[in-house]
Design a protein around this ligand. Structure first.
Ligand code: NAI
Length: 295
């Protein structure tokens, strides 16, 4: 199995808001990156957002010109999964769907070299079930970054039933090379952060749905009343309402309590395509589609 010191090439699967940010972290840490997405527009957007974010870090004096230029040159984009065959570690950040992730893990298991680790950035889905479709469950692990990955200091590492100690130590050291603080969770729905955060966001939707207060007052209440930097509805728009709903469904199915029932208003917004900032409309309306700032 590959060890952290041997990690030279990272494969990132899914070039959306999370995948592009994780790719940036690997690039500025000196690694070569293959970024895979089925959608070529997503790859173009990801490349532009990585390049402009790295430039902002350089402009602010937080990154040297030399490291920044090297990072940009080491990025390769592809829509052919076979191009990932020589990577040392995969970090998967595709849509939050168990079926889609299982299909991908099964394909990757056939394609990538036997020593490669398969990590998932899933917010809530069972790592054990993803591992079960591969022939290397001891090399499968959860590596859950926070949004936006270049800024947020935390990585939540999730061991599945079979994750080996070597895999855990390699991924922990990798996260530390990215400059992150690591916390560890057992493999239960939502892990630590989303087990606590998502019911709060869902409750904010119920508060709005039942007419208790306006969206502005709900967000102000939590910002000024509990010192959160963003209100829960504003945060939901930032995360993506589709991602929030998928996580609530996983919590509801996996923990079986009515308190995890997704709010009908959240469901309705997602049905209407109101997915948050990435679509220009969610709980709030944005003048233009707001690309997440990675720096
Ligand atoms: P996103 O919607 O911005 O990006 C997903 C990307 O995956 C898209 O570019 C899409 O074209 C691509 N994709 C979808 N299916 C694919 C497939 N089968 N193969 C290759 N590419 C595929 O989503 P986002 O927000 O980046 O989330 C990705 C993952 O990260 C999800 O599992 C989510 O739960 C997790 N996550 C999201 C956070 C957030 O705040 N949005 C925070 C932490 C984790």
């Amino acid at each position: 199995m590959v060890l952290t010191a041997e990690i030279k090439t990272v494969g990132i699967v899914g070039g959306g808001q999370m995948g592009s940010g994780i790719a940036q972290l690997a690039l500025v840490s000196g690694m070569d990156v293959w970024l895979f997405d089925l959608d070529s527009n997503a790859l173009t957007k990801a490349t532009n957002s990585i390049n402009s974010s790295i430039q902002r870090f350089i402009d602010k004096g937080q990154l040297s010109q030399e490291i920044g230029s090297g990072a940009v040159r080491r990025l390769s984009c592809t829509s052919r999964l076979e191009d990932l065959q020589s990577v040392d570690v995969i970090i998967e950040a595709i849509v939050e769907s168990e079926d889609a992730k299982k299909k991908l893990f099964s394909d990757l298991d056939r394609i990538v070299k036997g020593s490669a680790i398969l990590a998932s950035n899933t917010s809530s889905i069972s790592i054990t079930r993803l591992a079960s479709v591969t022939g290397r469950p001891n090399q499968v692990i959860g590596m859950h970054f926070m949004n936006p990955p270049p800024i947020m200091k935390l990585v939540e590492i999730v061991r599945c039933a079979d994750t080996s100690e070597e895999t855990f130590m390699t991924v922990k050291t990798l996260a530390e090379r990215f400059g992150k603080k690591v916390i560890c969770s057992q493999d239960y729905p939502g892990f630590i952060v989303n087990r606590i955060l998502m019911p709060m966001i869902n409750e904010a939707f119920f508060t709005l749905y039942t007419g208790v207060a306006t969206k502005e007052d709900i967000d102000s209440g939590m910002k000024l009343g509990t010192n959160h930097p963003m209100g829960p509805l504003e945060l939901a728009d930032f995360i993506g309402l589709d991602v929030c709903l998928s996580i609530m469904k996983v919590l509801h199915a996996g923990l079986g309590d009515n308190k995890y029932w997704p709010c009908p208003l959240l469901v309705q917004y997602v049905d209407a395509g109101r997915l948050g900032r990435k679509r220009g409309i969610g709980v709030y309306t944005y003048e233009k589609v707001v690309e997440p700032k990675l720096s």
